[in-house]
Ligand binder design. Structure first.
Ligand SMILES: [Zn+2]
Ligand SMILES: [Zn+2]
Length: 255
């Protein structure tokens, strides 16, 4: 698996950290994990084959995770690169995803689902195993963030595993979901003294890493307050098992 960070930041505009989007390339195909407005152009900047993207995972409906989806579909509808495409684009997310896409669509008579290729929308239930495409299996778990928010566990045909928490508050279930993962991509919105329960701060992320023992972890969705501290200095205070890497836009990992 090849993992590329498109956006390591939050919804707050930032000069170096764009909003959520992660590209995952597996032997069976490619998947975009979350689709912020910036992720759409970040795929092109990273020279990724966005025109042949196989699947999109939407973790929840905050705009820094789904805001780019209608814009991307508006782009693929007319882009020269997609006019001869025939394979479907599969979009996965929680209950009401279809309704939300329809609401965007009807607001401007865009006909976003009338593409040169089929668009398949699948709404998933927590803890029910499903296939993203041949060779990539998934299961999700509920997270304390929004009503619909889900973390996802992915396993490719080589048995490599990636867990993406997306936005979440602290929950032990995340530690269970991420157990022994080859890569854990976890939000770490705050450094400390978090003002809300619906995101993580560093000591909570470290607690989950200690429990889950992933081979490596990327901490992401970093709020601008991270600019004022040295990431590795803060992480070392906890002596975590395995590598803990600061997400930055353009980070590439081979799993
Ligand atoms: Zn969110
Ligand atoms: Zn977010």
């Amino acid at each position: 698996m090849k993992f590329i960070v498109l956006g390591s930041g939050t919804s707050v505009p930032h000069p170096n950290r764009s909003s959520s989007g992660y590209w995952l390339e597996t032997g069976g195909g490619s998947i975009l994990l979350d689709c912020s407005a910036s992720a759409v152009h970040r795929m092109a900047q990273e020279k990724l084959d966005w025109a042949n993207l196989d699947a999109i995972w939407i973790s929840h409906f905050h705009l820094d995770h789904i805001g780019g989806l209608p814009a991307f579909l508006f782009g693929t509808k007319y882009a020269p690169e997609t006019q001869s495409r025939t394979k479907p684009l599969k979009i996965f997310g929680a209950k009401s995803l279809r309704e939300l896409i329809a609401a965007f669509d009807q607001s401007g008579e865009y006909n976003l689902l009338k593409q040169p290729f089929p668009v398949e929308i699948t709404e998933v239930e927590p803890l029910e195993k499903f296939e993203i495409f041949k060779g990539l299996e998934a299961v999700t778990a509920k997270t304390p963030h929004t009503d619909e928010s889900l973390a996802i566990h992915l396993r490719d045909k080589d048995d490599k595993t990636l867990v993406y928490t997306a936005d979440t508050g602290f929950a032990k279930t995340l530690g269970v979901l991420a157990r022994d993962a080859d890569l854990l991509v976890m939000e770490c919105f705050f450094v400390k003294d978090k003002p809300v329960e619906t995101h993580l701060q560093l000591d909570e992320a470290m607690h989950l890493i200690r429990y889950a023992q992933p081979k490596q972890t990327v901490l992401t969705h970093l709020y601008p307050e991270w600019d004022a501290v040295d990431f590795q200095t803060e992480v070392k205070k906890f002596s975590p098992p395995g590598a803990v890497i600061e997400a930055r836009d353009g980070l590439r990992l081979e799993i």
